[in-house]
Design a protein around this ligand. Structure first.
Ligand code: PRP
Length: 183
């Protein structure tokens, strides 16, 4: 059992729980995409532990690429206006794309990305997210592969950050409010 780090109120999804879910997602994706060599696209930065574990749990031929986007907003919520910081390294015409996110919150980032990628004429685009904070949704997003429904709390760890920190926790936890609330 991993103990919470400083600043963590409680563990929401343990290392073991995450590993079991990622294995399950990988098996499902492998079954759905057998013979199709999907292009798995990670949306940086938060996706990095998840996509690393997910592709190793997906035992079919696949390729991996990354995008990095930045959302214009007030720092705590996204506006839906997204700037591409790093684009894909390859064209995706005719490819079966799986977009991998650590978390979907308002859905604004994914809405933009789905619309953007569809103009590039892929064969298909599916979304895989580890966490789905569906209570916070502002834009409808079809989620093909979902790890966990996430409560509407400030969660960090396993890629998710607060001010750049906590991404390296091996579990997902709820941040203590005193960490992000001004005194
Ligand atoms: C997070 C997450 C998604 C986005 C979801 O990224 O990885 O990309 O927010 O929010 P939305 O559904 O409200 O648009 P973030 O902007 O925190 O960047 P990071 O991945 O580098 O931490």
């Amino acid at each position: 059992m991993t103990l919470p780090a400083d600043g963590i109120e409680r563990i929401l999804f343990s290392t073991e729980t995450i590993a079991a879910k990622v294995a399950e997602l990988g098996e499902t994706i492998a079954r759905d995409y057998r013979g199709k060599t999907p292009l798995v696209i990670g949306i940086l930065n938060g996706c990095f532990p998840f996509i690393a574990d997910l592709v190793r749990a997906t035992q079919i031929h696949l390729e991996v690429d990354f995008m990095s986007v930045s959302s214009y907003g007030d720092g705590t919520s996204s506006s839906g206006v997204v700037r591409i910081i790093k684009d894909l390294n390859q064209v995706i015409i005719g490819r079966n794309v799986i977009l991998v996110e650590d978390i979907i919150d308002t859905g604004l980032t994914l809405r933009y990305l789905m619309d953007n990628l569809r103009t590039r004429h892929p064969e298909s685009v599916a979304v895989c997210t580890l966490l789905d904070k569906s209570e916070a949704r502002k834009e409808r997003v079809d989620v093909a592969y979902r790890g966990f429904t996430c409560p509407n709390e400030f969660v960090v760890g396993y890629g998710l950050d607060y001010a750049g920190r906590y991404r390296n926790l091996p579990y997902i936890g709820v941040l203590k409010p005193e960490i992000y609330r001004a005194p």
